[in-house]
Design a binder for this molecule. Structure first.
Ligand code: GRF
Length: 194
């Protein structure tokens, strides 16, 4: 059996990437082929090294060059792409080459608090400023517009009036760790007919 090979794209800490790697480590139908980042100093590289997963940094130019990126992923025999805290736009060539095979997680309940500039602590601060009573996660397929692909899964967490953006982030991260790998697993089962 040839395992499904995943690429994880991450710009920052990579705690979701690490969680996903752990989740699939005992699954022989899945292999994490490569981690790609746009930042050489991103902590995700240290995590990748510790976990024995190859990781690379590409320039912004390379990451916006859909043809070159597709070729790289093809050489790496990548079947499915996971965005985990990845901040750049995905080129359209990649979206066409991986139909329904690029998934993202957004740390809020889309369509609220999505779009350009809504990432990391900005999202949680906006949620607190809007005095929302709940936040949560949205797992969605990726299309050409930020945070607009079809939604696969959402779940919520309550927000207290006293919660800071950091408190909300912690609650949202818990949901991410619990659900993102499982939902990816379900998507893979469907896509690759396990
Ligand atoms: C997560 O909250 C994810 O939802 C968002 O970026 C954050 C990445 O965190 N897209 P980490 O790098 O996985 O720790």
């Amino acid at each position: 059996m040839i395992p499904v090979r995943l690429a994880i794209l991450a710009s920052g800490s990579g705690s979701n990437a690490e969680n996903i790697i752990h989740y699939f480590s005992s699954e022989n139908r899945v292999e994490i082929g490569i981690i790609i980042s746009n930042r050489s100093e991103a902590q995700v590289h240290q995590r990748a090294e510790r976990l024995g997963v190859p990781s690379v940094t590409f320039s912004r130019e390379m990451l916006s060059n859909g043809v070159a990126l597709c070729q790289f992923l093809k050489n790496e025999r990548i079947d499915f792409i996971i965005l985990a805290g990845y901040l750049l736009k995905i080129p359209s060539e990649l979206i066409s080459a991986f139909p329904n095979r690029i998934v993202n997680i957004h740390p809020a309940l889309l369509p609220k608090f999505g779009g350009k500039g809504m990432y990391g602590s900005h999202v949680h601060q906006a949620v607190v400023d809007a005095k929302e009573q709940e936040s949560g996660i949205t797992i969605h397929l990726v299309n050409e517009n930020y945070d607009e692909g079809s939604i696969i899964f959402q779940t919520t967490c309550p927000i207290l009036a006293s919660d800071s953006a950091d408190d909300v982030a912690a609650k949202v991260h818990e949901l991410e760790y619990k659900h993102y790998p499982e939902i990816i697993g379900e998507l893979l089962k469907k896509e690759f007919n396990w």
